[in-house]
Ligand binder design. Structure first.
Ligand code: DXP
Ligand SMILES: NCC(=O)COP(=O)(O)O
Length: 261
């Protein structure tokens, strides 16, 4: 369940299971099973399960999405590129949420946010087709005021701010600059009437300042949880991340100024 603290604010943890599939695909075995990871993550406190069906299927496969969708007790957030193939597949699966993300086959990981301005017509068509199936659409974008305005204009009710630049910042000044940029993006998203999520590159220490931003509704976190699970176990890794997020948000809610870094 979403953590609802005294001020009524929530913060959801979306556990991205992509890299459970990366480990499985390394040997072409049936284990570790992303379905088992999803169900155990829900039991450990995940509020949703996120999975990125990439065009190259380097980790999550179509069969994973089809197997997981009917078994979830929380909700599925399917990440997909803005292509007709992926939008049609998403309409077939009908997850509660679809997050439209940019993809380049040669990228190691998602490098930047979706350029809604440049691909406005394609994004608009995808949003309309998905919304017609009752799917809530999120756009994975940079914390850029013009992109946020375009996301609202194109009809997406949700945005997920790309926290990669914040996560990759190499010194305190850069971290502070990127955190300030995210906070401005959150404010812009709220002003446009959007639900604001965030994700990419978050881990057990850099997550705290992001989770402390009161208007952020959901964080999608995967790679760091899978990595930590190698040492502490999957359910513990999920539970620990949720506890850190709740602690950061509760600290702010109860007026602990140091919690908001
Ligand atoms: C969109 C996003 O930030 C995540 O889905 C990320 O893409 C994880 O998948 P990869 O590690 O394959 O990029
Ligand atoms: N959209 C971000 C996501 O789903 C997980 O990204 P990461 O934590 O694997 O970098």
């Amino acid at each position: 369940m979403s953590f609802l603290h005294p001020t009524g604010q929530v913060i959801d943890l979306g556990v991205n299971i992509d890299h459970v599939a990366t480990v499985r695909n390394a040997r072409g075995t049936v284990y570790p099973d992303p379905l088992r990871a999803a169900l155990l993550a829900e039991q450990a406190g995940a509020d949703l399960i996120t999975l990125h069906l990439r065009e190259d299927r380097r980790h999550i496969k179509d069969a994973d999405v089809l197997a997981i969708r009917p078994q979830l007790l929380t909700r599925m957030n399917l990440e997909a590129a803005v292509t007709q193939e992926m939008v049609d597949f998403a309409c077939l699966v009908r997850p509660q949420d679809v997050c439209l993300v940019p993809e380049r086959r040669e990228e190691v990981t998602t490098e930047g946010g979706l350029d809604v301005i440049r691909y406005y017509k394609d994004v608009e068509a995808a949003v309309k087709q998905l919304a017609a199936e009752g799917i809530r659409v999120s756009l994975f974008i940079d914390a850029d005021e013009q992109q946020i305005a375009a996301a609202a204009a194109v009809g997406a009710p949700v945005i997920e701010l790309h926290t990669g630049r914040y996560a990759e910042a190499e010194d305190e000044e850069a971290v502070a600059r990127e955190l300030a940029r995210i906070k401005l993006g959150v404010r812009a998203g709220i002003q446009h009437g959007l639900r604001v999520n965030a994700g990419h590159g978050l881990h057990y220490t850099n997550v705290q300042p992001i989770a402390a931003i009161p208007e952020i509704h959901e964080l999608n976190i995967g790679h760091a949880i899978v990595a930590h699970a190698l040492f502490v176990g999957w359910e513990h890794a999920v539970r620990e991340m949720k506890a850190i997020m709740v602690d950061a948000r509760l600290g702010v809610a109860l007026g602990n100024p140091s919690a908001e870094t």
